[in-house]
Design a protein. Structure first.
Length: 150
């Protein structure tokens, strides 16, 4: 748990209310569970049916055993889906805490980009880019990705 106040990310004007809710949920979750070096990222995502799922980064002592917040949230969403139903993710927001004591929206790592685009290539992913916070389609984070037929 964080004992010092952390400044919230101000949502960009282009972020719809439903995605602002994801941002708020991710920030609140990270503020509740953050432990330096162990739980440094939180993710909130929304499925097509409106359900919200969350995940927290789980750092392992040998690094290879670590699990990203996005993967945890995707697995939780899959587990919460009806049997046989496709996993339809609409939007994903991940946050971490900057050393300056402020939350920031982050892009998924390369492995999570692969995972999200495998299951939900059209999902809206909020990232902080060169021009500020913006939304991109998951597949746009991996140009020239080979699409696997499941």
């Amino acid at each position: 748990m964080i004992h010092e106040p952390v400044m919230a990310v101000l949502p960009p004007s282009a972020m719809a209310a439903a995605d602002v809710e994801l941002l708020d949920i991710a920030q609140a979750l990270l503020g509740r569970v953050w432990v330096h070096g162990r739980h440094e990222v939180a993710t909130a995502l929304r499925t097509a049916d409106g359900a919200v799922y969350t995940g927290v980064h789980m750092e392992g002592s040998c690094r290879r055993s670590s699990i990203c917040a996005e993967g945890v949230a995707l697995g939780t969403a899959r587990a919460g889906s009806a049997p046989g139903a496709p996993l339809e993710i609409v939007a994903v927001v991940s946050v971490q805490i900057k050393p300056a004591g402020q939350y920031r929206i982050i892009a998924p790592c390369g492995v999570c980009r692969e995972l999200i685009s495998d299951y939900c290539p059209d999902a809206r992913i909020w990232i902080t880019g060169d021009t500020g916070v913006l939304a991109v389609a998951a597949l746009d984070l991996l140009p020239h990705k080979t699409r696997r037929v499941w």
